[in-house]
Design a binder for this molecule. Structure first.
Ligand code: KIV
Ligand code: ZN
Length: 551
């Protein structure tokens, strides 16, 4: 199909040549408003019940949100009942403001104030769409008509609020579709609203700028926000808020640039549930600040719990690659990534600035375990395999053996497909190197040293072998050469002590050759001599073709 050049054009051309925002930095967290229970809820196949809203609200409060849009009480009985429950059961902490949305219609505004009777503090949020598409096609009003709808609604809000003076009111207005509205007109409408509310006289006012549908790149949105902030009357008395959606996949970026352009507040939802492609994700936005050393004021250390609750209530699975929250975002499968992470982990010290390759944040800060970081499949290398064996079983292999084991594990991963668990790696290690071949288990031994010579007598599965050499290993090799009539050479030998959690204290790893053939074996035992002798016995046993005994 040929591309149709006439079908789409940039919905909004806006250019602010004297823009200041590109040279600004985010230096503090904005005021956050969680709109999960309204905008998020509105987009669900199965909207939330009162009970689900209670659980969600409780979580939002616990992790630190101070402004929470709880619903649309004039449009939904559930939202009305939930609002009443929060107020009547005194479930709203003193430092939290509940926010409710309502269209610019008197009957709905009246019902909204009914829902809010007795609230200690509340934000009444009114909106009407201001873009040309809505003015011309949906509401069929001109600019004046559109401005009047907003100003009239502002007056109703003011009047109804005056009848409930015991509540500490905040008024909020959204020129819906702001991002597709001419900026001069958005300013005009907002000035008309503020002429009614008079923020300069002490009324708390939030002006919320929605990218109802994301129609531009984030830089254009930032230009619009900056021009708006510079253009409105009494800017210093108004809280400018952003409400971005994710139609072009840039909801967070637009909100971030919008803050650089002057906004004070940001609305969004946890993990970005919301209409179409969703609302701006509060988790990503908050953690982006956190990872740059700015306290978002929200506790994301409970991330797994947050994800579980949001998934449970929205019935939407979190993408495994979702920034900061997905199952796989702290996992490295590739060998080179694992190697770099392992090296950085070894250097990273508690209390020092976080600087670990491939991990923008410490997974522990969002309740994740280091065990998830290195995971093994056919893409992984020796560093990763060795890391898992050491991490999960306390077994530290010499480098030459790491290489060998990685090849065996990779073959297994390739033939089985998918991930290889720590347990499977350990099984692979046991079967390939650790289990002594049948008939080659050391029952006991006796060593006698005279000068430089060691005499060894060893019982191997009921048979006695004897030999002499420079050390116990040399003496055993001599004994086995006599026993089998073949010559053997120990090409590599490493011994180490094991962590206290294992029964064995010592481990020996050997590579023994005989002519062209060679075999590797590992043994663990109470003492280093027993481990070394058993490792040599196992390697020689394999060289003679003996089958591995079962684990
Ligand atoms: O996306 C939007 O424009 C909204 C408004 C009602 C704030 O949700
Ligand atoms: Zn929205």
């Amino acid at each position: 199909m040929a591309f149709d050049h006439t079908k789409y054009s940039p919905a909004m051309h806006f250019d602010k040549p004297d823009r200041q925002w590109p040279s600004r930095r985010l230096e503090k967290a904005p005021l956050w408003c969680a709109v999960d229970l309204r905008d998020g809820n509105q987009a669900l196949i199965n909207p939330m019940s009162v009970e689900q809203k209670r659980r969600f609200f409780q979580l939002l409060v616990e992790i630190g949100y101070k402004e929470i849009e709880i619903g649309f009480p004039s449009a939904s009985q559930i939202d009305f009942d939930f609002c009443r429950a929060l107020i009547e059961e005194d479930l709203v902490p003193d430092d939290v403001r509940i926010q409710v949305l309502v269209q610019a219609r008197e009957d709905l505004i009246s019902r909204t104030f009914e829902a809010l009777q007795g609230a200690k503090r509340a934000i009444v949020h009114i909106y009407n769409a201001t873009s040309p598409t809505f003015r011309q096609k949906v509401f069929r009003v001109d600019r004046d008509g559109c401005r009047d709808i907003a100003a009239r609604a502002a007056q109703w809000v003011k009047d109804y609020a005056a009848k409930q003076p015991s509540t500490d009111w905040t008024f909020q207005y959204s020129p819906e579709t702001f991002s597709a509205t001419e900026v001069d007109f958005a300013i005009d409408v907002v000035n008309a609203v503020n002429a009614v509310w008079q923020p300069e006289s002490g009324q708390r006012v939030i002006i919320n700028l929605p990218a109802t549908v994301e129609v531009t790149t984030p830089n254009v949105f930032a230009d619009q926000v900056e021009a708006f902030c510079e253009g409105i009357d009494n800017r210093e008395h108004v809280i400018v808020s952003l409400h971005t959606h994710n139609d072009r996949g840039c909801g967070v970026a637009a909100a971030e640039l919008g803050q650089m352009a002057g906004a004070d507040r940001v609305e969004g939802t946890l993990l970005g549930n919301g209409e179409r492609t969703g609302n701006m994700d509060l988790v990503t936005a908050g953690m982006n600040l956190y990872s740059h050393g700015i306290d978002p004021g929200i506790d994301f250390s409970r991330m797994p719990e947050i994800v579980e609750l949001v998934e449970d209530i929205t019935d939407i699975k979190t993408h495994p690659r979702h920034a900061y929250a997905g199952d796989l975002v702290f996992s490295a499968f590739s060998g080179s990534h694992q190697d770099a992470i392992k090296k950085c982990f070894a250097i990273q010290k508690e209390g020092e600035q976080w600087d670990v390759a491939y991990l923008p944040i410490d997974p522990a800060d969002v309740g994740r375990r280091y065990e998830e970081v290195v995971r093994i499949n056919s893409q992984s290398g020796k560093g990763g395999v060795a890391h898992v064996l050491e991490r999960d079983y306390g077994v530290e292999l010499p480098r030459w053996l790491q290489q060998e084991l990685a090849v065996v594990v990779q073959q297994q991963a390739e033939s089985a497909g998918g991930e290889v668990t720590g347990e499977q790696i350990h099984q692979c290690f046991e079967a390939s190197y650790l289990n002594p071949p049948q008939g080659w288990s050391l029952d006991g031994y006796d060593v006698n040293r005279q000068g430089d010579t060691v005499s060894l007598s060893a019982d191997v599965d009921g048979q006695n072998v004897q030999g002499q050499g420079e050390g116990a290993v040399g003496a055993l090799v001599a004994a086995l050469e006599g026993h089998t009539g073949r010559s053997f050479s120990v090409e590599a030998f490493d011994e180490s002590t094991l962590g206290q959690s294992t029964e064995a204290n010592a481990m020996a790893c050997v590579r023994v050759s005989s002519g062209e053939q060679q075999q590797i074996a590992v043994a663990m035992a109470k003492d280093t001599t027993s481990a070394a002798l058993q490792a040599v016995l196992s390697a020689v046993g394999r060289l003679t073709g003996a089958e591995s005994a079962a684990a």
